[in-house]
Design a protein around this ligand. Structure first.
Ligand SMILES: Cc1cc2nc3c(=O)[nH]c(=O)nc-3n(C[C@H](O)[C@H](O)[C@H](O)COP(=O)(O)OP(=O)(O)OC[C@H]3O[C@@H](n4cnc5c(N)ncnc54)[C@H](O)[C@@H]3O)c2cc1C
Length: 390
């Protein structure tokens, strides 16, 4: 550890400059905390800058819904909050059913939500789907519509939170990987190749790399990386205004104002955690392209302009970890967003700031506690290690 004179001090250290790190930093700086964000590469380099931009409350697991609804309201007021809307377009999101069984599954899903008091997803019939999206193939049977959902531009959104945090005094250090974390007395120390940083409170928002840091404090958590893929097409005349998903097969689909179409939907490519990048598996991309041409036959001859993969953190129950440490004081985690953490970023940053600064978030985070995995943790860590090396 460096000599004490070299140590840069703050109230809060944040490890990781993705959307969850920048949003948490913004919300804490807004409350007057002195925040330093340490980022191994550059802000928004990983999932938060390269995702599909889906701002989706639709289809969330039940425990995430209160967080997603709260975050949705921040998206709608982003301009007032940050002076920039992140390119948010409230296009609505539509989940298409292609068979009667799928439509029945949609009905059951919405009935379940309503029994819990949630009314943001509505079942719509075939004609309403076709009225919303006239270019869709005629075999669709109906779907679920979430009117206040939409999409945004990931790099722009994450940068907007970073710049707003900076205006409030937060400092961002890029190219600054944290190698080691350690608590001494009442202070946390983060050791990087560019010096040591210290604060009373430490937040880990290191995405797919968070497990390594948690393990350093003896708190293993079953998080593993996946390389999620996207492709973007050449420009085509406007034909689709909503953000689309499918019920029976993976799909995330939207057309931007410039005519290009972004296609994804939890398409698994290759995650190389050690070398900090994702790789495209073109064979798997073909499957997704087929879903698109089934639903929009007129796109059959449309070319793909480029494809890419980002490294995302997954947990074994597909819920994130948003939690105080159970092993050490003043240590907090927010990671493992399983392919749908972009929409949650604005809201979870606020909840994390409440958890860290007040000791109690305004929405319960009990479902996301780090100690929920129990005895399965050790076996999943082995899986994480093997995925990282393949
Ligand atoms: C292709 C793709 C499509 C997606 N589509 C959607 C979508 O449509 N809608 C949606 O809601 N979500 C989507 N997601 C998921 C979403 O992007 C992520 O859940 C979210 O961005 C996670 O943010 P994060 O801040 O937790 O992690 P990240 O963005 O991964 O940020 C973590 C940061 O921590 C840094 N870091 C790691 N270790 C260290 C260390 N030791 N020291 C310093 N820094 C470190 C990393 O360099 C990285 O910048 C998608 C993801 C991908 C990959």
């Amino acid at each position: 550890m460096n000599d004490a004179t070299d140590i840069q001090e703050a109230d809060v250290l944040v490890i990781g400059g993705g959307l969850h790190g920048t949003s948490s930093a913004f919300h804490m700086a807004r409350r007057g905390a002195n925040v330093i964000v340490l980022e191994a590469d550059y802000v928004a380099r990983h999932s938060s800058g390269v995702n599909a931009g889906g701002v989706r409350t639709l289809g969330r697991p039940l425990p995430e819904i209160p967080l997603a609804l709260m975050s949705r309201e921040i998206w709608h007021g982003m301009n007032d909050l940050l002076g920039e809307d992140g390119g948010f377009v409230p296009s609505g999101q539509l989940k298409i059913a292609e068979t009667d069984d799928e439509l029945e599954a949609c009905r059951q899903r919405v009935a379940l939500l309503e029994s819990h008091g949630f009314t943001h997803e509505k079942v719509i019939d075939r004609q309403t789907v076709l009225d919303l999206e006239p270019a869709l193939a005629r075999h669709v049977t109906g779907g679920i519509w979430a009117e206040r959902d939409g999409y945004a531009l990931p790099y722009r959104t994450t940068t907007a939170f970073r710049l707003a945090a900076q205006r409030l005094g937060a400092r961002f250090l890029e190219g600054t990987p944290v190698r080691r974390i350690e608590q001494r007395g009442t202070r946390w120390f983060a050791v990087t190749p560019h010096g040591t940083f210290s604060a009373q409170k430490l937040l880990v928002t290191a995405g797919a790399w968070s497990g390594e840091l948690a393990q350093q404090v003896g708190e293993p958590v079953p998080v593993h990386p996946e390389g999620l893929m996207l492709m973007v097409t050449h420009r085509v005349a406007p034909f689709c205004s909503a953000t689309l998903g499918a019920t029976g097969r993976p799909l995330s689909f939207k057309q931007f104002d410039n005519g290009t179409v972004v296609i994804g939907g939890k398409l698994i490519g290759i995650a190389d955690l050690a070398h900090r990048h994702g790789e495209v598996d073109f064979v798997r991309l073909v499957r997704s392209a087929r879903t698109v041409t089934d639903l929009f036959p007129h796109l059959r001859h449309l070319g793909v302009n480029r494809a890419w993969a980002g490294v995302e953190a997954f947990t074994e129950d597909e819920l994130p970890v948003i939690s105080a440490s159970r092993k050490a004081s003043d240590l907090y985690y927010s990671f493992g967003y399983c392919g749908s953490g972009f929409q949650l970023g604005p809201g979870c940053g606020k909840l994390v700031s409440e958890l860290m600064l007040d000791g109690a978030p305004s929405i319960s985070l009990d479902a996301f506690a780090i100690d929920r995995f129990g005895r399965n943790a050790a076996s999943s860590l082995t899986r994480a290690a093997s995925l990282a090396t393949h």
